[in-house]
Design a protein around this ligand. Structure first.
Ligand code: NI
Ligand code: MN
Length: 243
């Protein structure tokens, strides 16, 4: 078994490992770069980093149909349960960790905002630090978990280094600018986080966040020790010990 990661466009990701099919920040139907129908997705888990529409647009429909476990902050989970009758969610808050069949998930701080589409308070925005069970994946030589850090929408801030202190195998970080950090700040973030592999997100969806991703890959290779890959929408990236 391995860990397979697929970019669905914007900041929506699909991660498969073992029995788990994890959908991160579902924004598909109204996402101009998406190439799948939201109705084709049947995740086991849906993770929502914050309340903005471009991170949870399709969450209600997919959660209802798939019965996936929704994991987000306490306020978003309460909103999904009370306004949309989604059952069995896991509500977290910053710094907390939950254990799931595929490993652990920590809800990590991010510097951003988090209102819900109807104007409700969306709680704190965050990111997710996954510790995938070694048995699920490529596992590191010493059977440590495989750590994948999805920062969510965020500015550059120095606690990224603290969050990543136990090691990050794969980092997913925004580069779009305007709403999040841009390419230059992301290089500084990668220097702090020191991942083995980095994937960019939250770019090229609309003209205001268009970026030259090939130039960004080159900058990562010149200025950090990470390997960068520009993802292609719907193309599966199979993570293994070599990256
Ligand atoms: Ni946002
Ligand atoms: Mn966003």
């Amino acid at each position: 078994m391995a860990i397979e990661v697929t970019w669905l466009g914007h900041s929506t990701w699909w991660i498969e490992t073992g029995e788990a099919k994890i959908l991160l920040d579902p924004f598909i139907g109204d996402n101009p770069s998406a190439k799948v129908a939201p109705t084709s997705l049947n995740p086991t888990h849906i993770l929502i980093s914050h309340g903005h529409y471009d991170h949870l647009a399709d969450a209600v429909e997919i959660a209802r149909r798939s019965n996936a476990t929704v994991i987000s902050n306490y306020e978003i989970v309460t909103w999904l349960e009370s306004k949309h009758e989604i059952q069995g969610c896991i509500g977290m808050n910053l710094g907390g960790k939950t254990r799931l069949p595929f490993g652990t998930v920590q809800f990590t701080p991010a510097v951003h905002s988090s209102s819900l589409p109807d104007g409700s308070y969306g709680g704190a925005c965050g990111g997710f630090l996954f510790g995938f069970n070694a048995a699920n994946g490529m596992a590191t030589e010493d059977a440590l978990p495989y750590n994948l850090y999805y920062t969510g929408d965020t500015a550059l801030f120095s606690d990224l280094k603290l969050i990543a202190r136990n090691g990050v195998d794969c980092l997913i970080i925004p580069i779009g600018d305007l709403y999040t950090m841009g390419p230059a700040e992301s290089i500084e973030a990668i220097q702090m986080i020191c991942p083995k592999l980095v994937l960019p997100t939250h770019y090229n969806t609309w003209p205001p966040i268009a970026q030259d991703v090939a130039a960004w890959v080159n900058a990562v290779h010149e200025r950090t020790n990470a390997r960068a890959i520009a993802p292609v929408v719907n193309r599966v990236l199979r993570l293994d010990g070599s990256v």
